[in-house]
Design a protein around this ligand. Structure first.
Ligand SMILES: [Fe+2]
Ligand SMILES: [Fe+2]
Length: 178
């Protein structure tokens, strides 16, 4: 960070806010993973642990962008996550609510980047906007599948298959990336 940054203060503030929101989501997914493990929902626990890792990668994409543009990122205190849930449905709904608020955060950042004509931040946000389409899709599917599994046997069967259910179908022409 040797020269004055050309990123506007508003966009800097939004990038910092979103980086911290991603870290906070990662913290919440770790708590969800631990709760699921404690309840013997090992499939959900693995799925949420993977999400925790991904949210940390997302935070890293934003902080790397700031550093590359001459701005030292400002990490904030991360609030305690929700650690306890009444049911698997409440846990799934919590994940879905987090993804909704993450989408709102990304949209707010994108609007700030549009207003500032900040093209690099806009392009960075294109990746995140796409990512949120996937995150919203799996979190809705998770809630729907938990709602549909309404007996103990149904829950353990769902737990056994949840990671595969929420995966994107693989195959020629099916995956968006690769
Ligand atoms: Fe994220
Ligand atoms: Fe996410």
């Amino acid at each position: 960070m040797m020269q004055a940054s050309k990123v506007t203060p508003k966009v800097v503030a939004e990038l910092n806010r979103q980086a911290n929101q991603e870290l906070s989501a990662g913290h919440s997914y770790r708590a969800l993973s631990l709760w699921c493990e404690d309840q013997n929902f090992k499939g959900f626990a693995r799925f949420f642990a993977k999400q925790a890792g991904e949210e940390n990668v997302h935070a890293g994409k934003i902080t790397a962008h700031l550093v590359d543009r001459g701005v030292l990122p400002e990490l904030a205190a991360i609030p305690a996550p929700k650690n306890n849930f009444k049911s698997l449905l409440e846990a799934a709904q919590h994940a879905q609510a987090m993804e909704h608020s993450n989408t709102q955060g990304i949209n707010a950042l994108y609007e700030a980047a549009l207003a500032a004509k900040d093209y690099p931040a806009q392009v960075l946000m294109h990746w995140f906007i796409n990512e949120q389409v996937e995150e919203e899709a799996w979190s809705l599917e998770m809630v729907e599948r938990v709602q549909a599994a309404n007996c103990a046997g149904g829950f353990s069967d769902l737990d056994r298959h949840i990671e595969r259910y929420l995966e994107k179908p693989k195959g020629e022409g099916l995956a968006k990336d690769e």
